[in-house]
Design a protein around this ligand. Sequence first.
Ligand SMILES: [Zn+2]
Length: 448
Amino acid sequence: MPKRLTTRTAVEKTVHQALRDQPIVDMHTHLYPPTFGTPVPNRTGKTDRDGLMLWGLDELLTYHYLVSEVYRVVPAHSRKGGLAYEEFWKLSKQQQAEHIWKHLFVERAPVSEACRGVLTCLELLGLEVGKNKDLGKLRKWFAQQDPSKYIDKVMKISNVESITMTNPVFDDNERERWLKGAELLRGDPRFKSVLRIDPILRDWPKAAKKLTEWGFNAGDGKTLTQKNIEEGQRFLREWLDRQEAIYMALSLPPEFRYPAESGEAADKAGQMALEKIILPVAAERGLPFAMMIGSKMRVNPALRDAGDMVGKSDVQAVVRLCAEFPKNKFFVTLLARENQHELCVAARKFGNLMIFGCWWFLNNPVLIEEITRMRLELLGTSMIPQHSDSRVLDQLLYKWQHSRVIIGRVLADKFTDIVDTGWPVTDEEVKQDINRLFRGNFLEFLAR
Ligand SMILES: [Zn+2]
């Protein structure tokens, strides 16, 4: 029997419980199963230097969020423990982790969200880091793990039911693995793949050259004949099948415009490839096309992955795409806080637009709370409040734990607001909407 909730306390209790019980389908990560190899020492004794499955303490500590943070407290040219960038990159992963641990965790309080995230991971794994800050001891614990069983453990603790990968077909290391590996094709039921195709839109001349090398007659990258279009489409279909991909995706810089404004040949060619190759194949297969817009690459190149920045994007480009391609479905997430309101309003206008997540520089409690409130107020529960964007498996632990608390707080407020009007709300309805937010909306949009 559904139970009617009449007080704030009853709402809070129900929301809290429902969030704890709700399995999560994480719609966008950069995680991999063990069949893609792991460079991390583990009990199976099998490591692969270029392996793609990242997990464990040293990967957590050397994640690029923390690299940029350590360079704030000991800048490259500081006389007190500063390391020139090239010196840092020459260190082993363990040495890099030690440098970060010393400066961000031991010598000052690790209060930033990225630092706190590492502590939450260790806490949820039962490692009691407060009692012992010795990295050696912690490392031993991680080295005892079997990668595949460790995935089960992390998924169980974080209550993640399914992990969506991102599989960039223009990355040679990964591409070769797909071409070689029959075991990758059969897949791992815990993981789903996503065909990631950035160069097709961002640098069509380069993509066309690659496609031609790989046996698809995509032309010279400047013009697009009917034959080139067909070959580009054949390439996408072949890879969608190979990966059994559930959608296609790419990331775009803040300067992305649709239609292209720059007059640059490469931008015009990219637009053609989008209109003639990507979107028709996505529509024919009924697959969404995901755009993650707003990261400005390498404003400080010496920091490598840690050197990227945010910039304001053009929401009207998203609006035009949704309007001009009504048969396509779009997943969109924007990196700039300043774009969030306009994007919510855009989503009110287009049923083929599903907005999702708070990633990277938005993955901070203050912004997740603000953005989730705004989305609920403008869109109700017809959106996907969060994805983890984890690159290191263990990050699932902290990202979902932190987000659950914040989203729970916002939901409790919103349900209490309607209870206060006298509208009947039951525990079943709360559970149903929480299921939509963390799982159902994504699956339903894929199936639509
Ligand atoms: Zn991502």
